[in-house]
Design a protein around this ligand. Structure first.
Ligand code: 3HC
Length: 283
């Protein structure tokens, strides 16, 4: 998601510093941006001149110190509260005090992250959706400590990226995952109970309700590990059954079947153009 956020920021005209933990990951992120921009150029949406201008606005680094002069820092590291707190404590020392911090977390508590810094009044969630260059929504998450003026300017920044900001407060899953996660978990329960096949449940929501992807295609796209992790955080927060991971999801994650990115999940992606549903193995 970090590369997508960097892409939309640079495309919106902002000088964008990107920091990764090593050069290999920097190169991977830049490669994803190059692929996306190349596709837009091929389609004639982006001129070579504009593409060069976007590229020139992206400044890669492996050193957090490169972020010192940034006005806004958007963190999209691993979804681990302890690791995020370590990074934020370091950033708080490095980055100028007036700068805004935002986390792209999908479900961790913004409040628990912000207390690793001294800038609790200018610390927000800024939750993008996959694929970032395409999905139009950004959730902008305030906390009880937020400065209302700084929050509004952060909402305006999200809009300036060409996104529609949704304003929300720091509750597990914010708006979208609060609704989306139980929906995806319910699809797995329906499959477990024999309500329908993977294909029929996917077609039900795709063709019956006009969703761009059915729930199993979406689960594999988001990542089963990510969904399992988010569900766990939301279950801890609300203690409600609808956020509890169904046994089949747990088994898939334990087996390393994370969906599209690992080659197998509810579908087999040996031929990515024609994923094969794995009903037979998963029943
Ligand atoms: N990066 C950049 N652009 C991409 C892309 C990617 N990874 N994948 C697709 N695109 C672009 C294509 O270039 C194409 O652009 P065009 O319309 O200008 O030609 C457009 O998106 C449509 O792509 P395709 O024609 O190849 O395929 P689809 O029409 O099936 O669209 C999709 C692909 C946009 C991914 C669509 O299937 C979709 O909207 N799926 C649902 C995605 C979704 O629900 N995301 C949210 C997940 S939840 C989340 O992220 C939160 C987290 O916390 C869990």
């Amino acid at each position: 998601m970090g590369s997508g956020i960097a892409q939309v920021s640079a495309a919106a005209g902002y000088e964008t510093t990107v920091v990764e933990v090593n050069q290999k990951l920097v190169d991977r992120g830049l490669g994803m941006i190059a692929k996306n921009l190349g596709r837009l150029q091929e389609k004639g949406v982006l001129t070579a001149e504009n593409r060069a201008a976007i590229d020139a606005r992206i400044h890669p680094s492996t050193d957090l110190a490169a972020l010192s002069g940034c006005d806004i820092v958007i963190e999209a590291i691993i979804e681990n509260l302890a690791e995020k707190r370590v990074v934020y404590a370091k950033l708080d020392e490095i980055v100028q005090p007036k700068s805004i911090f935002c986390s792209n977390t999908s479900s961790l508590s913004i409040t628990e992250m912000m207390t690793a810094t001294k800038r609790t009044d200018r610390f927000f969630g800024m939750h993008f959706f996959n694929p970032v260059p395409v999905m139009k929504l950004v959730e902008v998450v305030r906390t009880i400590a937020s400065d209302p003026t700084v929050y509004q300017s952060t909402v305006e920044f999200a809009a300036s990226l060409g996104k529609t900001p949704a304003q929300t407060s720091d509750r597990g899953g914010f708006i979208v995952n609060r609704l989306l996660v139980p929906y995806m978990l319910d699809a797995i329960r329906a499959f477990e109970e024999g309500v329908g096949s993977i294909t029929d449940i996917d077609n039900g929501m795709k063709l019956g309700c006009g969703h761009p992807m059915g729930p199993f295609t979406l689960l594999d796209f988001v990542g089963l590990d990510t969904t399992y992790y988010i569900a766990g955080i939301m279950f801890d927060e609300f203690r409600e059954k609808r956020y509890a991971a169904p046994p089949l999801l747990k088994r898939l994650v334990m087996a390393g079947w994370f969906g599209r990115k690992s080659g197998r999940g509810f579908y087999d992606y040996a031929d990515p153009a024609a994923p094969k549903p794995l009903d037979g193995l998963l029943r």
